[in-house]
Design a binder for this molecule. Sequence first.
Ligand SMILES: C[S@@+](CC[C@H](N)C(=O)[O-])C[C@H]1O[C@@H](n2cnc3c(N)ncnc32)[C@H](O)[C@@H]1O
Length: 468
Amino acid sequence: MAKIEVTKTELVWPGKYNEDGTLKEVPRISLPFQVIETVNESRATREAKKEREKAPTLFDIYEGNEGDTFEEGWRNKLIWGDNLLVMGSLLEKFAGKIDLIYIDPPFATGADFAFKTEVGESGEEITKEQSALEEKAYRDTWGSGISSYLEMVRIRLSLMRDLLSPKGSIYVHLDATVGHYVKALMDEVFGVDSFQREVVWRIGWISGYKSVAKNWIRNHDTILFYVKTPGDFTFNKEYVPYPPGYERRGGAESGGKGYPIEDVWNANPFEFELKGEESLDSIQIKSFSQEKTGYATQKNESVLGRILRASSNEGDVVADFFCGSGTTLAVAEKLGRRWIGCDLGRWAIHVTRKRLLGIENCKPFEVLNLGKYERQYWQGVTFGETEGQVAHRAGTLRVPRFHPQAIRRTAGGGYDAPARQEGKGHDPHRRGGRAGDHRRDRCGGGRVCCPQADRTPRPRLGVGDGSL
Ligand SMILES: C[S@@+](CC[C@H](N)C(=O)[O-])C[C@H]1O[C@@H](n2cnc3c(N)ncnc32)[C@H](O)[C@@H]1O
């Protein structure tokens, strides 16, 4: 193995670097989205659309040509699939366009991929089995312990950085088991200067088995807040209202907006006054909350509300690529933000869809997936095909706008950004092509049609730590 030259402080794990000392590339794969369903669309819009697209298809291909505002026809998006492929496929339209990303990635082995839920009125609990996709994601995440976890997070954070708008922010929800590792990774991906705050969220009162631990009682999560451009990012200062009758020290009446929020949440007397849905106590300890979906790792709307109000404005695009029960999307919907959510669990998508439909005047949204292309892609990677072979077999190769070239260290100790290629030349699968084009596989993987794919020797995709 080539010697890795250490030029800066960074976190290294087995499998982070290739044999030749280059950093494992971030796969930026672009596959076509299928529209499974458009939810809450008015009948008139549906009819007009049918008229425009006379040829009926089983699933429409997402063309990405709706406008950028609700008035221009923008539709929010709930995407079912592995966020690695989903984010890669979003780059073409959304690179530099997402204003706020919140993620709550799995950080406790197992619990984030399987969960218990109640059935009907009986109160009986069932444990949901994992699907093949969830099992695969679980292996990618924890197959080699912390090494595979960090590789999973690193490549996804890099894609999120590419998707964030210049004034954009990212919040990553973690706990003490992995928070310190991920902070070092975020410094590497976003830059040390992009770090803003480590929010400590006190989960709430303690009871039951938790209180008998022979230790200090664990009672907080951490939320890391980074921005794309240090010194130029959206931030609307938030306050907790003073309780009625509140007087300042010395008896003076308070004229201010309230108590300016600190980076420790749910831990001061003003916040203890917040009741019901406003309370910042974890949803898991609020027995009768209307918000409860039964999703084991669900987070509070009150916590997400703070983040969205502070770091986005009405009409901005907010995304959550590990959306679970859809808390971020529900809050974005209520606050008039545009949103994109993704999860690989079928149940997560089901719960989120149902939750959104329960919101009064929920705007129309699309449910998308990568359909057979995702399955074919993973089959190919599992059996060791190159990206070109996999994409051709799936019949979907596009000239990628972001080339998956190895990212090399620069003399200054940073990394070269991957070369950005504006899609030049002939590309039969570009936006604007119809569903049938993909099915018929117009280029059929031919050398003349997609020369780049066949002539450029492509490195194997470094997915996870190679444990596949
Ligand atoms: C901790 S939960 C998120 C809970 C969410 N914040 C909520 O309020 O419900 C993590 C979610 O990430 C999803 N997930 C894990 N790996 C994923 C991947 N590679 N792509 C998409 N979703 C993934 C899991 O299915 C799970 O729903």
